[in-house]
Every structure is written in structure tokens, then in C-alpha cells.
Design a protein around this ligand. Structure first.
Ligand code: PMP
Length: 423
């Protein structure tokens, strides 16, 4: 795999920032877009733009076809089914929207909506929802709110010293009353890949549903939801080289069929009346109220195809080499990696603390050399508390990064404490 040619497909990377070539190490926040994705969105608006699943005209037909083809491509990337009434991928506005959709639908089921079929999603006092200390707020908060709404109890997996989820505790953390386990596949702070097998096995043993946050895994490694045996999963297109404004909820087909809707309006109803409740459409339409993000999904489909052409094993291998170099940050005096310190079992999202220097100062110092990293709590405060911090610095890789860029960051960070006179 020749990764040097890939970089040329990202026009945004061909620029200088503060007189230095741009080094973009913030792909965990959002990835840059290859020309094929940018062109697909622009071509759609130039040639085909129309609302989908309605209207008898040619542009509506073309848009609908392209929309459903894009859904199928995204499904293929994650090993999900699509087409002919088997669709397992719901199109949403992003991972946060997907997780809120799910938590709201479970809440609706808990209030008796969705009839007998939805009873398996219903929660009440004494039931338990399990998360982990590593969760992004977009997982923690919707499920915490669900617990508050239903009277269920929120429990969590703890982390080891390197920030790995303590999956071996599954037998104690997941109990007979656990109904939902909502857990991250890869932490957006530590980069650690969760050992899911013991968690999924235990959850299913007690009849609980597993909801996976796949935001940080899908763009970086091979992911197959059937093989992982999870029940639901959420992720965003913009981190996998697709457009912003679109994301996905995967659900096993039989579960999506039983799940009540969470938001209501156009495009999701078969029959609507003034004097009796509506009859809603089958999934995925039941969960896609309103005008869909058509151009964005088409861009995401192109991104999914592009990633599959590269091969996710190749992507993982390429990024592993860069991760190896980024982890040299841990060799700098006063710098601590918040996460696994070897490239095994992790991705190239490397958070670090520079003793005595505020993350915003670190961020600005490296930015002055054209290097883009993220600073703050990365929407994951509990994991920072685990490390005794409120905020950190985070470098994160994409397919376009080079080992030399990782070296440039390490070199810049090695000067930070001296510059701020804390060494
Ligand atoms: N989970 C994780 C692990 C993430 O990294 C993010 C994005 N930072 C999200 C959830 C939420 O994704 P989005 O902001 O695209 O909805």
C-alpha cells in the first residue's frame, strides 16, 4: 500500500500555517476529506439534488437511488445488512443523534410505547444501565438521562492505570438486572481498544443489550458488527473522511423492527389521523423523520468505498507506524501519556499531559509551528478525573499522516517546558 499518494488526495493539507507546512493531528475530532468525497457532494448538488423517497420526477428518483446505494456502502464497511427490507443502518445527524435516538426510544418503550414487541427495551426502578469511565459525554449523558427518566441505576466499568476498560470485571459489573451496556469500542482520549468479548458475552448471558460507540474504531480498523455480536452501534461520517451532519445507528434487524420511534414527523409514517395514533413505517424509515441529509450521506458512501478500497487492515497498519512514533512523547521529561504506552491494542489517538504547562499553552505553542492538536477534556471528563486531570493535549492520526509529522510534534513538545520555563 503506497500511502504517500494518499496525502495528495486531501487538498486542505497542501497549505502553510504560521509559515510552516500544516501538520494535521486532530482527526479524532474530525477527519479531512479526500477530493472524491468533496466532488461527490458538489456533483450531487450540481446534477441530482432532490428530496428522497417522494416525488415522481427524475431528480427525485436519482437522488433516492444514490441515497440508498450510499446506505448500502456504509453498511458494507461495518459488516451490516442492507436492502430488500433487511436494512440495519439508520441514517441520523451524527453519532450523538444516534445515541440520543436510542436512549429516547428505550425511554418511550419504558412508558409503554411500541406495544408488546418493545417490552424488551423497557426499564424501571431496580434495572441497571452499565457504561464505563472512558465514555464520551455523548454516551454517558443520554444513558444517564435514561436512567433518571426510568428510575434505573447507572453503573460503570472502571479503568486500569493505562486507561483500559477493565473488561475482566464483566462478571461483577454486569448483573442479573442489567438491561443495557453502553460502551466505547475505542476511547477518544486514551486510544485504547476495548476488549469487548467478555463484556458482550456477559451482557448476553443476562439478557442485556450491548450498545457500542464505534466513533473512533470505524475510521481506523476493520470493524464488523455481526462478528462483534453487538446489538446497536453508533458512529459519525465526519471522522471517517465523510461530510459533517450525517451519522449512523446500526441495529440488529429484529431489534430495529421492535424499537419504537424517537422523533416524529414527515417521512416516517404510513398513516396519520386526527382521531387515533399514527401507523409508523418499518425501519429504517421509522427512525428517519424529516428531510434526510442526502448530499452528506452520498459523500459518506463515497468515503466508505474509498476506505474499503484502501483496505482497513492497511489503514490500521499505516497508522500503527505513526502511533509508534507519537508514543515517543512519553520519553520526554515531564510528559505523561494518558493511555497505553505501546502501540498494541490501541489506535493513534494519543493524549498527553505536560507537567506544569496548561494544555491551551501547549496547543498554541505547537500551532505556532503549524501543528494542529486538540486541547481540553475532549468531551470525556470522567476519564480525565481517572488520571487526576481536568484537561489534556491530544494528537490523533489519520491515513494522510506521515511518521515525519509525528516526529515534528515530538520535537515541538520536547521544547514546551523549556519555553514556558518549567523545566
Ligand atoms: N463518541 C466518541 C468516542 C467520539 O469521539 C465522538 C466525537 N468526538 C462522539 C461520540 C460524538 O460524535 P459526534 O460529535 O460526531 O456526534
Amino acid at each position: 500500500m503506497e500511502f504517500s499518494s494518499i496525502r495528495g488526495q486531501f487538498p486542505i493539507l497542501d497549505q502553510e500555517v504560521h509559515g510552516h507546512p500544516l501538520v494535521y493531528l486532530d482527526s479524532a475530532a474530525t477527519a479531512q476529506k479526500p477530493t472524491c468525497v468533496i466532488d461527490a457532494v458538489s456533483d450531487f448538488y450540481r446534477r441530482d439534488n432532490a428530496g428522497v423517497h417522494r416525488g415522481a420526477h427524475e431528480l427525485a428518483a436519482r437522488s433516492t437511488l444514490a441515497f440508498e446505494e450510499a446506505r448500502a456502502k456504509v453498511a458494507r464497511l461495518v459488516g451490516a445488512d442492507s436492502g430488500e427490507g433487511r436494512d440495519e443502518v439508520v441514517v441520523t445527524g451524527g453519532a450523538t443523534a444516534s445515541l440520543n435516538l436510542l436512549a429516547t426510544a428505550f425511554g418511550n418503550a419504558s412508558q409503554g410505547r411500541g406495544g408488546k414487541a418493545a417490552e424488551r427495551f423497557a426499564l424501571g426502578p431496580g434495572d441497571e444501565i452499565v457504561v464505563s469511565e472512558a465514555e464520551h459525554h455523548s454516551v454517558l449523558l443520554p444513558f444517564q438521562e435514561l436512567a433518571l427518566r426510568t428510575g434505573a441505576t447507572l453503573r460503570h466499568f472502571g479503568l486500569d492505570d493505562e486507561g483500559r476498560i477493565l473488561s475482566a470485571d464483566a462478571g461483577q459489573v454486569i448483573g442479573d438486572r442489567t438491561r443495557i451496556v453502553a460502551i466505547t469500542h475505542v476511547s477518544n482520549v486514551t486510544g485504547a481498544i476495548t476488549d469487548l468479548a467478555p463484556i458482550v458475552a456477559r451482557a448476553h448471558e443476562v439478557g442485556a443489550l450491548v450498545v457500542l460507540d464505534a466513533c473512533q474504531s470505524v475510521p481506523h480498523m476493520p470493524v464488523d458488527f455481526h462478528a462483534l455480536d453487538v446489538d446497536f452501534a453508533a458512529w459519525s461520517a465526519h471522522k471517517m473522511y465523510g461530510p459533517t451532519g450525517v451519522g449512523f445507528l446500526y441495529g440488529r434487524r429484529n431489534l430495529l423492527e421492535a424499537l419504537p420511534p424517537a422523533s416524529f414527523g414527515g417521512s416516517m409514517v404510513e398513516l396519520a389521523f386526527l382521531d387515533r395514533p399514527a401507523r409508523y413505517m418499518d425501519p429504517p424509515a421509522r427512525f428517519e423523520a424529516g428531510t434526510q441529509p442526502v448530499a452528506q450521506l452520498i459523500g459518506a458512501g463515497v468515503a466508505a468505498d474509498w476506505l474499503m478500497d484502501l483496505g482497513m487492515e492497511n489503514v490500521a497498519e499505516h497508522e500503527r507506524n505513526i502511533t509508534d512514533r507519537l508514543l515517543r512523547l512519553g520519553d520526554i521529561d515531564g510528559v505523561r501519556i494518558l493511555g497505553p504506552t505501546s502501540p498494541e491494542g490501541r489506535i493513534g489517538t494519543v493524549s498527553f499531559d505536560v507537567e506544569g504547562v496548561h494544555p491551551h499553552d501547549v496547543g498554541q505553542f505547537v500551532d505556532s509551528r503549524g501543528i494542529a492538536i486538540r486541547v481540553g477534556h475532549h468531551c470525556a471528563q470522567p476519564v480525565h478525573r481517572h488520571f487526576g486531570l481536568y484537561a489534556s493535549n491530544r494528537a490523533s492520526t489519520g491515513v494522510y499522516n506521515t511518521p515525519q509529522e509525528a516526529d515534528a510534534l515530538v520535537e515541538a513538545v520536547s521544547q514546551v517546558r523549556h519555553f514556558f520555563k518549567v523545566d
